[in-house]
Design a protein around this ligand. Structure first.
Ligand code: ADE
Length: 242
């Protein structure tokens, strides 16, 4: 059987609306940490769709679990994010060419912000082919000006003040958006040698209006995000048969 494509979302809404498009074969729930894993087909392809819960630890845990159990051909992280760059607006799609953890702070030992001591890499590149396919799918949905690719930063923090946003941009001036799982999924996939990609829809501007905007726009941006994810999955080349 074809190796599946794993899709991971943090919150219930990020997963259930995509699950509605899926032909589900099996549902598995792990109550200890409120995980949900759906196996089936989406866009004619074998897919494992999982809800991991919020934050980097939950995200890394499920990524390793899914890699061990399903040996996927690729891992895709789908969800919402707060815009950091002024060119990224609510409703836009951001594709993670690279990602890192903005809250890793070992500066007292002279490591730059975001650098994990004793690791070869702390910035994780999204798969190039998946990036190109995702950009194409997103441009088809939204048009050119509303699709961005570049650096996505993750941390165990919901960014909801201008001060915090500017602090992150001070460390990472090229960051397009901030969220809470992507780089953890990226790091886990990278260490396992599995191609990955983070695709995010912007729900807020990661400033003082973020809590209100997040609730107001979440359900508006998710259908577009899901359409991009489904198009991307349909376009992933099937692995050559051995
Ligand atoms: N996900 C969506 N909006 C976010 C924000 N402002 N900060 C962190 N994660 C987010």
């Amino acid at each position: 059987m074809e190796k599946p494509i794993v899709v991971i979302g943090a919150m219930e809404v990020e997963v259930t609306t995509l699950a509605q498009r899926m032909d589900i074969v099996e549902e598995q729930r792990i109550h200890r940490n409120n995980l949900q894993i759906l196996t089936g087909k989406l866009g004619g392809r074998e897919v494992v769709l999982a809800r991991c819960g919020v934050g980097k630890v939950n995200a890394a845990l499920i990524t390793q679990y899914l890699i061990d159990h399903f040996q996927p051909q690729a891992v895709i992280n789908s969800g919402v994010a707060g815009g950091l760059s002024p060119k990224v607006l609510i409703g836009d799609i951001v594709i993670g060419e690279t990602s890192l953890q903005h809250d890793v702070d070992v500066c007292h030992f002279d490591y730059p912000r975001g650098v994990i001591p004793s690791m070869e890499e702390s910035t994780f590149p999204g798969d190039e082919e998946l990036t190109a396919l995702a950009v194409r799918a997103a441009v088809e949905e939204l048009g050119d000006g509303r699709v961005h690719k570049g650096l996505i930063v993750s941390g165990d923090q919901f960014i909801s003040s201008l001060e915090h946003k500017q602090q992150i941009l001070g460390f990472f001036p090229d960051a397009l958006c901030a969220e809470m799982e992507g780089a953890a999924i990226a790091q886990t996939a990278h260490l396992n040698g599995i191609p990955h990609l983070i695709v995010r829809a912007i729900s807020d501007q990661a400033d003082n209006t973020a809590p209100v905007d997040f609730n107001a726009y979440l359900m508006e941006v998710i259908p577009v995000l899901n359409a991009v994810i489904e198009k991307l999955i349909r376009s992933v080349p099937r692995p050559a048969k051995r």
